[in-house]
Design a protein around this ligand. Structure first.
Ligand code: OGA
Ligand code: NI
Length: 337
């Protein structure tokens, strides 16, 4: 049997390798969506309400470490076209997809299932993933799928637009915190990945999970959710559902924003549960620092408070993060002063 779940048809019973031990199961996977998750409307960002909107972003990043954004300027048509194409990719024949299998973290395009550690893990996650590196485009685009023929053009356009969007959010965060507007441009956001998750309907969503609870290790992440529930965030010790709002992007500050802001901004712990009836595809975009850039709390944000973390390179952080089973708190502990 092929290992990609998107190659399976009509799974009636959850295969044993996907059944989590009781203490790691999602429990009540059907939590309702939270109306408290902040929704930032950018329609009037260039008008007199700019400062107010910036403060909403800062507050959401401090209190939730996750927010939704509407009227962000990326066209609905492009969002839908890109989503449609990725869904089509996962539905394409196994032989076609096999061309893109890779476990290499540095590959310009890699298709895998569960985690990059599939061979050695005790239990598998109910997900396939297609990741494209996409910045600078010309270094990677020729390794992406080329069928349908407009695939690369659409994904390239999407990558460029969402990069602009994330850099705008970072600039607004800078404005709100008193950092120089372009603070995060350059090495801190040099790399960009598009990470598409795909989950087929799951016969027992209470016993398995699409993505385990985690914080994103990068600078900042965003997500186009499609229309199926599945993303949950941890708020005050409770899991809450993140509503798939039509046309919205979910923004999640990554662990590097937490460190650079000296702990002022939060990075929400989140996970993905599976759905009994519907397949779910999401398009994630991550901005990632270059491996050798020095990361440390920004001087001008310290004020009278002590520096909480020592400086490190992103390479060092990422190695520590994966070495600690991707447990954010354990990894951060190694860098605390
Ligand atoms: C991620 C992630 C959530 C989703 O890729 O880091 O959290 O809903 N994805 O796919
Ligand atoms: Ni994540």
């Amino acid at each position: 049997m092929d290992i990609l779940i998107s190659n399976w048809s009509r799974v009636r019973c959850l295969p044993e390798k996907y059944i989590f031990p009781a203490e790691r199961r999602p429990g009540n996977h059907k939590v309702s969506v939270s109306k408290d998750i902040p929704i930032i409307d950018l329609e009037r960002i260039n008008g007199p309400e700019r400062d107010q909107i910036i403060q909403q972003i800062i507050k959401a990043s401090q209190e939730f470490g996750l927010f939704q954004v509407i009227n962000h300027g990326v066209s609905r048509e492009l969002m839908e076209k890109t989503m449609q194409m990725f869904r089509q990719f996962f539905e394409s024949p196994a032989e076609f997809k096999a061309r893109f299998y890779s476990n290499d973290l540095n590959a310009s395009c890699r298709l895998y299932t569960s985690t990059l550690n599939y061979e050695n893990e005790e239990v598998h996650y109910w997900r396939d993933n297609l990741t494209h590196r996409c910045h600078p485009l010309e270094d990677h685009i020729t390794h992406w799928p080329d069928d349908p023929p407009y695939y690369r053009k659409v994904v390239a356009e999407y990558s460029i637009e969402v990069r602009k969007f994330l850099l705008m959010i970072l600039e607004l965060i800078c404005n709100g915190m008193g950092l120089e507007s372009r603070f995060f441009e350059g090495e801190l956001s040099k790399n960009q990945s598009l990470s598409v998750n795909h989950h087929i309907p799951c016969p027992d969503p209470s016993a398995t999970i699409g993505m385990q609870a985690h914080c994103d290790p990068n600078l900042i992440s965003m997500l186009q959710q499609g229309d199926v529930c599945g993303l949950q965030a941890l708020k005050d010790g409770q899991w809450v559902g993140v509503e798939p709002l039509p046309g919205a992007f979910v923004v999640i500050p990554g662990l590097q924003l937490r460190v650079i802001s000296n702990g002022k901004l939060a990075s929400a712990t989140h996970r993905v549960v599976t759905d009994l009836e519907k397949s779910r595809t999401t398009i994630g975009t991550f901005l990632i620092p270059s491996s050798d850039v020095l990361i440390q709390p920004a001087d001008c944000l310290l004020g009278s408070s002590a520096m909480l973390y020592r400086g490190y390179t992103y390479e060092e952080f990422f190695g520590t993060f994966t070495g600690n089973n991707c447990e954010a708190e354990m990894a951060l502990e190694r860098f605390k002063l």
